[in-house]
Design a protein around this ligand. Structure first.
Ligand SMILES: C[C@@](CO)(OP(=O)(O)O)[C@H](O)COP(=O)(O)OP(=O)(O)OC[C@H]1O[C@@H](n2ccc(N)nc2=O)[C@H](O)[C@@H]1O
Ligand SMILES: Nc1ncnc2c1ncn2[C@@H]1O[C@H](COP(=O)(O)OP(=O)(O)O)[C@@H](O)[C@H]1O
Length: 297
């Protein structure tokens, strides 16, 4: 018997970053939008915990105890006093270390899949608590849709979305380390007063009304400058997508994936083709949002 869970990637339509806290994390106003690019996590009873991964980026995924899916299974098993003896297979379609929360997706997916396989019957709050221990982005991967994350991003409140948005994601060669991008944010803002992060009303209105042009004008990411500082070539990718007719271009989370908002699905396909032809990225993918959170198939 196996259980498979499908989990979406995310884009941050607003990522407002406050000053570093004493614990090293940053307070955020993090508006997450789940997008229709998915990993699938399958769990099957086994003699001991084991991880495998398939997909174009599989070679970059750690297959040891540091894998977020392994950590999720171990944490749920420990809570219920059982052994995490399970084979976890990750069919990975979300770019690795790309600022699209692929590892977080696998953590949330493994948690939900193991809960179903073992019949542990964890409540939603229990699962969300375990997710928050695994990483700041993991609760959102479980929930999906759209949400505002405060604290370090783990405290979620729902955000209303009134229509579909169409995106293009330009996948870069190689990843960027999330802690390194936050450190670069600290370096670039050193000596300045970093305001407390606040969600943008204009952005929340644009999401609620499903207005792509208004959303394009309200997108923002405080990690874009540090990501560009660490990877200056991303400016060429952003420019190529804008020239190809995207309504807006921004770095996805900590990058280096770049995200382009398009007017509709046909425009998204055109922007993706132009980005691929531009030679400024490894590949370009289209996806619609919002997408549902972790779902047992
Ligand atoms: C930047 C964001 C935007 O959604 O995601 P990515 O774009 O990388 O996917 C998140 O804040 C990443 O969340 P996640 O990847 O879960 O981070 P965690 O595992 O909790 O933390 C990894 C490291 O990132 C830094 N970190 C993370 C969250 C936060 N609010 N402040 C931080 O400073 C810390 O250095 C921390 O040690
Ligand atoms: N299941 C997983 N899938 C991908 N990366 C993982 C996973 N588990 C742990 N990692 C580690 O997390 C790092 C960040 O990966 P990922 O979550 O894909 O990117 P991001 O944090 O930029 O959204 C990777 O470099 C990898 O070492």
């Amino acid at each position: 018997m196996s259980v498979t869970v499908r989990v979406p990637a995310k884009v941050n339509v607003q990522l407002a970053v406050g000053a570093a806290r004493p614990d090293g994390f940053h307070d955020l106003a993090n508006v997450f939008l789940a997008v229709g690019l998915y990993d699938e996590v399958t769990v099957t009873p086994a003699e001991s915990l084991r991880i495998t991964c398939s997909g174009p980026d599989a070679a970059q995924v750690p297959l040891d105890a540091s894998n977020l899916a392994a950590r999720a299974a171990t944490a749920l098993a420990a809570l219920h006093g059982i052994a995490p003896d399970v084979h976890i297979h990750i069919d990975k379609d979300i770019p690795v270390a790309g600022g699209m929360a692929g590892g977080s997706a696998d953590g949330a997916g493994a948690l939900l899949a193991c809960d179903a396989l073992w019949g542990t019957g964890a409540s939603r709050d229990e699962l969300l608590g375990l997710c928050a221990e695994l990483g700041s982005d993991v609760p959102f991967s479980l929930v999906g849709g759209a949400a505002l994350g405060t604290g370090r991003g783990e405290r979620l409140s729902p955000v209303e979305v009134g229509g579909a948005f169409h995106w293009v994601f330009a996948v870069a060669d190689g990843g960027l380390s999330t802690p390194a991008v936050y450190r670069e944010f600290d370096r670039l803002t050193a000596g300045t007063r970093v305001p407390g992060p606040v969600a943008s009303d204009a952005l929340l209105d644009a999401l609620r009304t499903g207005d792509a042009k208004a959303l394009a004008g309200a997108l923002s990411n405080d990690l874009q400058a540090p990501a560009l500082s660490l990877r200056p070539s991303l400016a060429d990718t952003l420019a190529a997508g804008t020239e190809a007719g995207a309504l807006a271009a921004l770095v996805s989370g900590s990058g280096p994936t770049t995200a382009f908002l398009a007017e509709d699905a046909a425009a998204a396909r055109e922007v993706a083709a132009a980005l691929t032809a531009s030679g400024t990225c490894r590949t370009a993918r289209t996806a619609a949002s919002p997408a549902p959170g972790a779902t047992v198939l």
